[in-house]
Design a protein around this ligand. Sequence first.
Ligand SMILES: *Cc1c(COP(=O)(O)O)cnc(C)c1O
Length: 470
Amino acid sequence: MKKETLLRRLPQVDEVLKAPPGERWLNRHPRAHVLRAVREAIGEKRKEIISGGAPDVSIEGLLPDIEQRLAGFGLKSLRRVINATGIVIHTNLGRALLPPGAAQNAARIASSHSNLEYDLMDGKRGRRLSHIKRLLTETTGAEDGTAVNNNAAAVLIALNSLSQGKEVIVSRGELVEIGGSFRLPDVMASSGALLREVGTTNKTRIADYEKALCSQTALILKVHRSNFRITGFTEEAGIGELSALGKKTGIPVMFDLGSGCLIDLGPYGIHSEPTVGEIIKEGADIVTFSGDKLLGGPQAGIIVGGAGHIEKIEMNPLARAMRMDKMSLSALEATLMEYGDPEAAKRNIPTLRMLLEGPASIKRRALRLARAIKRHSGAAKKADISVLEDFSQTGGGALPGIDLLTYAVSVRAEWISSNRLEGNLRAGSPPVVARIKDDALILDARTIGDEEVLEAAGCVGAALAKEALS
Ligand SMILES: *Cc1c(COP(=O)(O)O)cnc(C)c1O
């Protein structure tokens, strides 16, 4: 058939709307969505014809495309995904999962009035941060504590409050980039503090800090190397040594810990991460860390330390610009409360649970996933599915260089490349994010929830079948 004929036969929008499913669409979807879906579907056919194709131009031929578009318009852009990467604190996948109790608390506070800034004893205005202060001091041993929107903000406001226009001494080995363009020298410049670099990339001694002290010094800053390690011919001044120097000279010492762990991970073979409490005990005056990294709570930037410093930070006008909202604050309070019982915290805080789960238990979940994929009819039967040993990463700028023994399901199929399979999974519902290794699709069971196993298996089955059909 000629192009012109096909184009002429393409149905009009009105005709499509009058067809039997038209009324059903209009009952279920906003009119604007229906019109857009029909127009786009017709437009797609037109394009196909113009580029030489001969598609089905009947109304029936348009229906599947319209239905699919309508379903898509209803979807939220920000959606749940299944994390099969094994990366526990995956910044791109939303970092920490809230403990269920914290999520419930946030939902309750969000949908009701609350005493957010109201003192119920006095019937007067109260303070937003009062809800978490005692928890922050109890869990860290610090004299006082406060919180802002995220740790980048915590570092910025602390530097601005304590050292604007003055010098801050930092080791050249700690001028880090955290990612998402958070570079320490730039943050410092924005805060109005003047960077005074000391030492070298691999070696900075306490004497280097001592030599740099002058009448312009406001702060000594130590920064956690969150996402890399320096090994070999190295030396650094510990927080204890720096704090002693600070005490001797009257200069406060701040440690940007980044991740901020509240319980000892040593018994689990993770010895590289001192707790916030240990850092405070060693004499740090100010410690900053994230709410949604190892702590396992909502996005937040927590600042703990001496009461005088915390007061200065809370009085800073920037505090208002960076203040936490009630949902995050209520989730943070509930998460911090979990730490009252550290054993329960390891079970109830998903970040800790995923991080500390033993290989045997991960292996059981991987086997269950592999079996469930094989049970799927059709295409999945012919795929090559096995369980293998692998390593997962903590991610999120925490515990760099530590490999966690894990188990993963490997999927290979003759009729589809691993890249296509990975793409199909991402496009599925819910999307599953996996990785590719040695040309096989790898689903790491560490970060897949027990309750997600069957769903994930269904997604893999569908992703395999999609290609087998076409
Ligand atoms: C992650 C990190 C930050 C930034 O924290 P956010 O909560 O992502 O804003 C700052 N400093 C260090 C050392 C970090 O690891």
